[in-house]
Ligand binder design. Structure first.
Ligand code: ATR
Length: 288
């Protein structure tokens, strides 16, 4: 693509950003769809976050992604916040409007679209969420809003699990039951969709899973791990060993990017283009 006087800029703000796969997603999409657009990573120090958002607006930047540790911290600098992002309390996508940027959360719609593309449903399911950090909190909102029958939120520290459960239940009724992680044997013996939202098992600690006991995995018909490095986490291996289906977080990464791209450019990205980009992401992850 030729960079010229009409090239639009999008980018990622966060710290660190060196290992991001987002430029691969967005620059490939721009090339495939023939958009005159470039996507760059911007490492931003916390003390410069407000300036970064104002500066991007001043420079006519079309849109930004926001990653760790600014998904909540960036919210005061936005002119509007989408309802879902507001509920979740985190934005990962800024879309330019006349006055400033509107904040969206495409992580959760991204996970939902990834699940749909894998044929995994939430509606009517009994769900176990492992973890109670930022990611687990958003997943709990997603599952409650998409009609999960009941949700067990298991975390090492019960205080955090209770907080997340109370927040979700305030909006969706008594959907979420908080539980200490090591009490998983008290779960009703149903068949569950389990979504792994802790950082346990993330590269380079690839030989760890947040629950090791095989009895736990016998209750899981489908396991989703938000981690995608390594490609097959120990959690996924344990799910598969017990006969369940297991997926990593790479498709979620793909679709959160695609939804952001669609918001910035007012287009719909085809499933064909999505699957080509997924192949590129897989290649990149397996090499790194
Ligand atoms: P994120 O924003 O990705 O969700 P986070 O907010 O730091 O990250 O949350 C990390 C999650 O992984 C938490 O649920 C954390 O459990 P605690 O709340 O008890 O800290 C969980 N976690 C991290 N290391 C863990 C470990 N060794 N065993 C069990 N849970 C762990």
């Amino acid at each position: 693509m030729e960079i010229n006087g009409k090239t639009r800029l999008c980018g990622l703000i966060g710290n660190p950003v060196e290992h991001t796969l987002s430029p691969l997603i967005h620059n490939t999409l721009a090339e495939k769809l023939g958009h005159n657009l470039v996507y760059l990573p911007f490492p931003v120090e916390e003390k410069h976050l407000e300036d970064a958002v104002a500066g991007a607006f001043g420079l006519n930047v079309l849109g930004l992604n926001v990653t760790v540790p600014y998904k909540s911290a960036v919210m005061p600098y936005l002119t509007e916040i989408d309802k879902l992002a507001d509920e979740i309390g985190a934005v990962n996508t800024l879309v330019r409007s006349e006055e400033g940027y509107t904040g969206f959360n495409t992580d959760m719609p991204g996970l939902f679209r990834a699940m749909q593309s894998d044929g995994v449903k939430i509606d009517g399911e009994s769900v176990i969420i492992l973890g109670a950090g930022g990611a687990a909190r958003a997943v709990a909102f997603l599952c409650a809003s998409k009609g999960a029958k009941e949700i067990f939120l298991l975390n090492r520290s019960i205080e955090k699990a209770n907080e997340v459960a109370a927040e979700v239940n305030a909006l969706y009724g008594d959907k979420v039951c908080a539980m200490e992680l090591n009490r998983f044997r008290e779960l009703p013996k149903w068949r569950y969709l389990a979504i792994q939202c802790t950082s346990v098992g993330l590269y380079p600690n690839a030989d760890a899973a947040v629950i090791e006991d095989e009895a736990f995995y016998e209750m899981i018909h489908t396991g989703y791990d938000l981690i995608y490095r390594p490609e097959e986490t120990r959690f996924m291996k344990l799910v598969k060993k017990a006969g369940g289906a297991a997926y990593n977080g790479l498709k979620m990464l793909l679709y959160q990017g695609i939804i952001a791209y669609e918001l910035w450019n007012g287009v719909a990205v085809s499933e064909e283009a999505a699957s080509e980009i997924l192949d590129l992401l897989k290649e990149k992850v397996s090499v790194s």
